[in-house]
Design a protein around this ligand. Structure first.
Ligand SMILES: NC(=O)C1=CN([C@@H]2O[C@H](COP(=O)(O)OP(=O)(O)OC[C@H]3O[C@@H](n4cnc5c(N)ncnc54)[C@H](O)[C@@H]3O)[C@@H](O)[C@H]2O)[C@H](O)CC1
Ligand SMILES: [K+]
Length: 479
């Protein structure tokens, strides 16, 4: 499944028309789906539909007609000047003898549900004047609001704050990235009959879905033993950061690793989990790490200023490697890529900014671009953590669809490193290990989803998350 921009959606629309699918049919289906979703969420309420003059307004006019056909009480307020399909929808509605009132006449009436069909993907500048005031009035009314396709005004300010948004044909950036996603309320994706060919644009970012991720889960063979399902070497720890490598080790086991070894400076009071092999080292060197039995390495978690040296020792092992936190330095990443080692880096916006020589704010404002640039510049697989996390590799992008703000606590990144490390060790390519790891980590977070949860608790929820994914029980947030 792909993530659309407004422009990509317009092209998809065009393509559908070119291959012979009538656009009026798309609009009518859009209206019917919006109407049905609204009535399911707010049964037995009087509905007020507010329509703009573009195609988003056309969806609203179609929705009003369907609600009328189904015998619901519905009032319509619309801007003047519809063209094309939207004009046809206005005529179709009028033929049902429903009075369409001027948009300027609308006043909030207690107990009604609003259908916001003012603007969708066609907005190319912030709302001003009458429409800005109207959005303010909608938001201050305290009424329940259902948005057709997008809360009107997004991606700018002001915009409608909806309780429910029915995304049409595909999810757009605003349905996925914060802070805009918050204005959508609950999100439902409505299929409107768009021919699949029109929606299949491989150049767009992939949205991680349970179906796609399910296929990546490494099988657990009947003759599994701890030596053939993936062994991970966790390298980190420093006198003042002793918890990080332990968390990664727990997470690697919880994600399915057969054996986890933790290498840490002997002077650091690291307490690996009981199940891990301990490898205290007197200084970072290849010789010190060599005894570890592993198919993949995760390095940098809580390694402090010794992170660079630790990574250098890991480099010589030549194993697929995840570089996190204190191992995230430009020279280090370049060395791994230069040596042809399958490498995943997991920066947060601050670390990404350090690698890109920009600011954390710039990275957070344009995460897709930042991840793509990092992947191009360093020729590695990039996991840029955020709301949501973006994965990039060699021109392709994927956007995570699990996780929640309660996960914003210390140690969550260390857990993610362990999870991705486990999938690298199980033999997954970096692109697959990164996507599956990020998705499962977020899914475990969603199973707990309460502020105050701890990183090790999330790790403990990983087996349940994996089981749900394996059994096809995961419902994405837009269902
Ligand atoms: N494939 C689909 O998903 C389908 C989507 N549909 C719906 O169509 C809209 C997009 O319609 P479009 O006509 O392109 O744009 P809008 O209705 O969002 O608004 C355009 C309208 O508004 C004017 N305008 C633009 N910016 C401003 C502004 N700042 N202030 C005032 N007016 C502005 C512009 O000139 C136009 O007149 C999509 O979201 C779906 O809801 C189809 O129904 C079916 C297929
Ligand atoms: K809208």
């Amino acid at each position: 499944m792909r993530l659309f921009t407004a422009e990509a959606m317009r092209l998809a629309d065009q393509k559908a028309t070119q291959i012979g699918y009538p656009s009026l049919l798309l609009m009518d289906t859009a209206g019917r789906k919006v109407a049905r979703a609204l009535l399911q969420a707010y049964p037995n309420r009087r509905v007020v539909v507010l329509c703009g003059k573009g195609n988003n307004g056309g969806d609203g006019l179609a929705a009003a007609r369907w609600m009328r056909v189904w015998g619901c009480e519905v009032e319509v307020y619309a801007a003047e000047g519809q063209q094309g399909d939207a004009k046809a929808m206005r005529q179709a509605l009028e033929s049902h003898k429903l009075t369409i009132r001027p948009l300027t006449d609308w006043q909030p009436t207690p107990g009604t549900v609003l259908l916001d069909a003012l603007f969708g993907t066609g907005l190319n500048r912030p709302l001003q004047g009458f429409y800005a005031d109207l959005v303010g009035k909608i938001n201050q009314s305290g009424l329940s609001v259902v948005a057709a396709d997008l809360p009107s005004g997004l991606p700018y300010v002001p915009h409608v704050e909806a309780d429910l948004t029915v995304a049409l044909a595909a999810l757009k950036l605003e349905h996925v990235f914060y802070p805009h996603r918050a204005a959508c309320g609950k999100i439902l994706l409505a299929e409107i009959g768009m021919p699949p060919e029109a929606l299949a644009d491989e150049s767009l970012p992939e949205l991680l879905t349970p179906q796609a991720l399910h296929a990546l889960l490494p099988p657990r063979p009947g003759n599994a033993h701890k030596g053939n399902v993936g062994r991970v070497l966790v390298v980190g720890g420093y006198p003042s950061y002793t918890g990080a490598p332990a968390l990664s080790a727990i997470a690697a086991y919880r994600a399915g690793a057969g054996l986890v070894t933790v290498a840490y400076p002997q002077e650091a009071a690291v307490v690996p989990p009981l199940e891990a092999v301990r490898l205290p080292v007197a200084g970072w060197s290849h010789a010190a790490l060599k005894p570890a039995k592993a198919e993949a390495v995760a390095v940098g978690m809580g390694a402090g200023p010794s992170g660079k040296e630790a990574a250098k020792a890991v480099l010589e092992l030549g194993l697929p490697t995840l570089l996190d936190a204190d191992a995230l330095h430009s020279e280090t990443v370049e060395e791994f890529a230069g040596a042809g080692i399958p490498t995943v880096i997991t920066p947060h916006p601050g670390e990404a900014a350090r690698l890109l020589q920009s600011s954390a704010q710039e990275v957070a404002q344009a995460p897709l671009e930042a991840a793509r640039t990092l992947a191009e510049r360093f020729a590695v697989t990039v996991v840029l953590k955020g709301g949501p996390t973006v994965i990039a590799e060699n021109g392709r992008l994927a956007v995570n669809t699990t996780g929640n703000p309660a996960m914003a606590t210390g140690g969550m990144g260390d857990v993610l490193s362990g999870v991705i490390g486990a999938f690298l060790a199980a033999g997954l390519a970096p692109w697959d290990a990164a996507r599956l790891g990020v998705y499962l980590h977020g899914l475990a977070g969603d199973l707990l989803a309460r502020v105050g949860m701890l990183a090790h608790e999330l790790a403990d929820a990983l087996p349940q998350a994996r089981k749900q994914l394996a059994q096809g029980q995961v419902r994405p947030y837009w269902h």
